[in-house]
Design a protein around this ligand. Sequence first.
Ligand SMILES: Cc1cc2nc3c(=O)[nH]c(=O)nc-3n(C[C@H](O)[C@H](O)[C@H](O)COP(=O)(O)OP(=O)(O)OC[C@H]3O[C@@H](n4cnc5c(N)ncnc54)[C@H](O)[C@@H]3O)c2cc1C
Length: 500
Amino acid sequence: MDKIDINIVWFKRDLRFTDHEPLYTAQQQEIPLLLIYCFEPSLIAYDDSDVRHWRFVYESLQEMQEKLKKINTQIYIFHNEAQIVFTKLAERFNIKTVFSHQEIGNKISFERDIAISKFFKEKNINWKEYQTNGVIRRLKSRNNWDERWQQKMTEFPKLVNEENWDFCKLEETIYNSIKGENLPNEITTRNKNFQQGGEYWAWRYMESFIKERYVNYSKHISKPSLSRKGCSRLSPYLAYGNISMRMVYQYTMQHYEKSTNKRALSNFISRLHWHCHFIQKFEDECRMEFENVNRAYDNLIKPKNKTYIKAWQEGKTGVPLIDACMRCLIQTGYINFRMRAMVVSFFVFNLWQDWRELHFLARQFLDYEPGIHYPQLQMQSGVTGINTIRIYNPIKNSEDHDTEAVFIKQWIPELVKIPAHLIHDPWKLSLMDQQLYECEIGKDYPYPIVDIEETRKYASEKVWQYRKNDDVKTEGQRILNKHVNSERARMKKANKKTTK
Ligand SMILES: Cc1cc2nc3c(=O)[nH]c(=O)nc-3n(C[C@H](O)[C@H](O)[C@H](O)COP(=O)(O)OP(=O)(O)OC[C@H]3O[C@@H](n4cnc5c(N)ncnc54)[C@H](O)[C@@H]3O)c2cc1C
């Protein structure tokens, strides 16, 4: 049988139809098109992966399928390795071009892409990969990166023509032979504790934020409870590409002039920029997933303490705000930026543990994005040698940002009867108060597993001393040269000098 020519759009972390360059370009070709997605067992089994991520992907795909049903087609979803799927499809079809977005993922997805690229070359299949948001592949210098980001964000979005399609059908027998096993129920069953995946929800969150919720953005961004409404909550939608960064940027700018709190929207836009800035760092130096970006820190050894790690993971450290954050994160997949930085600080400084033990966090964040996650982990852990070292005080953060203990009481029912002003450091309660508030410290809720002040002092001395090493400074300079816009840094320095 003669093989027919087809093109393929391979969906990855870009689960949308709006502003989708691979789809848009594929539509211009006059070759039947097959849409595919692969739930790859090797990625699902990787250290950073959790069922919550795949459920979000599944929900996003279900929504796309509903739309495609109306035009009598579908995305062919496989529970199989991409290489196996492409091998089988190539036996049946003459695949001309595969269209996809560049994936800035973890090591296993990177290695998969290398293998797939080799396979496509052998089979004479053209692979067209398109830029993801503002992140540039094979970037030579950071010098005009900001301008290029701005240009990308302001370009006209790639909108498909909803009617003009020529889709290809995969026969039932072939599909069944490649499809793989049914996905487990835990992936296909909705869990209401988590944000729901899909383009529809991405736009709902964006609209409600830009039209209403944004007014309290800057005021509530650091509050563990209020940030849940005051921040955009767009992160999982950006991580799985339910919405493009360009659409978020343009939609925000459309509302900017009329907005009553321009400062809040400016702060928000800075973060959209950071999103790509961090991912660019990871794209340029992906060993950050496993290694200290500043190699001089390889000699700073922290002995592993399994008891500490377990208590931290389970939200049983005896420090209320830390425990509330960890329990909330496990249940809902979200805590705000400051709380993320604080739980990491507690882990790497107070508990004196290595950031490389933190794959657990990647599994908990519904918005897990390797390109933001690893550079942030390293920055918060003080191993870059270029950023200010911040050791967060969990008691002060608790008093300042959860003053009325709304968040703590929601997540630590053991402490619910303790008045807010006494809850932040409950180990100081007198025995009489413990009886009165029905919480015996050491029995109902643990004593802190470490002395916060002593461990802070120890860590602070160690890390600041270490930072004086010549090797740390040399590596720091290398990092600045690679990841920072040197022109802008020079200008800033020059401006400082002239304004003194
Ligand atoms: C240790 C650590 C790990 C993190 N891991 C992730 C991660 O895996 N995925 C992720 O999306 N964010 C991560 N962040 C950044 C940040 O905490 C989240 O992006 C933010 O809390 C998401 O909430 P939001 O969408 O309401 O953000 P908003 O404040 O509404 O910001 C809008 C968008 O800007 C981006 N953004 C916001 N803050 C940052 C930041 N500090 N750095 C880079 N981009 C930012 C996100 O895409 C976010 O959705 C991490 C932060 C820390 C300290």
